[in-house]
Design a protein around this ligand. Structure first.
Ligand code: ADP
Ligand code: MG
Length: 292
């Protein structure tokens, strides 16, 4: 009996959060270990379905790095990266679109639906959701001169047309978005999923943007996890080179989302089962929150 009462306590603890977040949108960038390991995949899908049933509006944006590289190799192409971004020629773009918009997107949709949700998969082409333009990579060459490197069909978000998301939301569907953008002439662009999640969150004026990753959160110079950071703190940490590598697009995604009207942004450890619930429904939260 005591055990049952404890279960009731856990639910009641979540009550204020459920009340506050009812009807609010949360945009989740799904990637890393949570997208690979079976137990984590299922706990992620359960969390999304639960959020939806208690009245929140989850929107999922996914990545797909490792699977794209695997498929490229199977097709006899060697993946190459410049500043962490995949060099994307036309053939590579076809593979990216097949893998991201096909295999991975539908796998996530099916997983959420198998737990009782109603997910619908979209790429940035559907309903003109993500307009993109070619991204130019700058590199500081010798003598401090800047050179511009062409990495092909890598794009950056130009604008988001969220109408299709509003339509789905009205009927209780959970959108699952692959980070593919469409250019002015209908070209296809490969866009970083952190930036796409950020732009989608801004366009929906989301309550939260949550980026799942494979570390506990943002660490300081001594490796200690920082649980709350402001935009000013972030600038300091970037200047001091404490934040680097794959964490840079994430913090940039967070600060842009805050500028775009998103209330709170979080970098959370996707290796923790039920990380979404732990962040949303506990006072302490997990990982690092970045606020204005
Ligand atoms: P994802 O697959 O989630 O996009 P990335 O590898 O692109 O993951 O980005 C996360 C990585 O960023 C971490 O594994 C870590 O190596 C790196 N990183 C750089 N600076 C920091 C920092 N200050 N705190 C935590 N991680 C950092
Ligand atoms: Mg990354």
């Amino acid at each position: 009996m005591q055990k049952l009462v404890e279960k009731a306590h856990v639910l009641i603890e979540a009550l204020p959060f459920i009340r506050n977040f009812s009807g609010k949108t949360v945009v989740i960038k799904y990637g890393g270990a949570a997208q690979v390991e079976d137990t984590l995949k299922n706990s992620f899908a359960q969390d999304v379905v639960l959020l939806n049933f208690i009245g929140m509006r989850p929107v999922v944006v996914h990545g797909g790095g490792p699977k794209i590289s695997q498929t490229m190799k199977k097709m006899g192409k060697e993946p190459t990266f410049v500043q962490g971004q995949r060099v994307t020629d036309r053939e590579t773009m076809d593979i990216v679109e097949m893998v991201l918009g096909g295999l991975i997107n539908k796998e996530i949709v099916a997983l959420i639906n198998s737990h009782g949700g109603r997910a619908v998969g979209l790429s940035g082409k559907d309903g003109n959701l993500i307009k993109a333009k070619k991204k130019l990579i700058r590199n500081r060459a010798a003598k401090g001169e800047e050179e511009i490197i062409d990495i092909g069909l890598v794009g950056e978000v130009e604008s988001v047309s969220p109408a299709i998301l509003h339509s789905l939301e009205r009927d209780g569907f959970i959108p699952v978005i692959s980070p593919i953008g469409v250019g002015a002439k209908g070209e296809t662009y490969n866009v970083n999923a952190d930036y796409v999640a950020s732009a989608i969150a801004s366009s929906l004026r989301a309550e939260k943007l949550m980026l799942l990753t494979d570390v506990e959160g943002i660490k300081d110079s001594e490796g200690k996890i920082l649980s709350t950071l402001t935009r000013t703190d972030i600038m300091g940490l970037i200047n001091d080179k404490v934040i680097a590598g794959g964490m840079l697009p994430k913090v940039q995604a967070c600060t842009r989302a805050l500028e775009g009207g998103v209330k709170k942004t979080h970098i959370v450890d996707g290796r923790l089962p039920h990380c979404l619930l732990l962040e949303i429904f506990t006072k302490e939260g997990i990982g690092t929150e970045i606020v204005d």
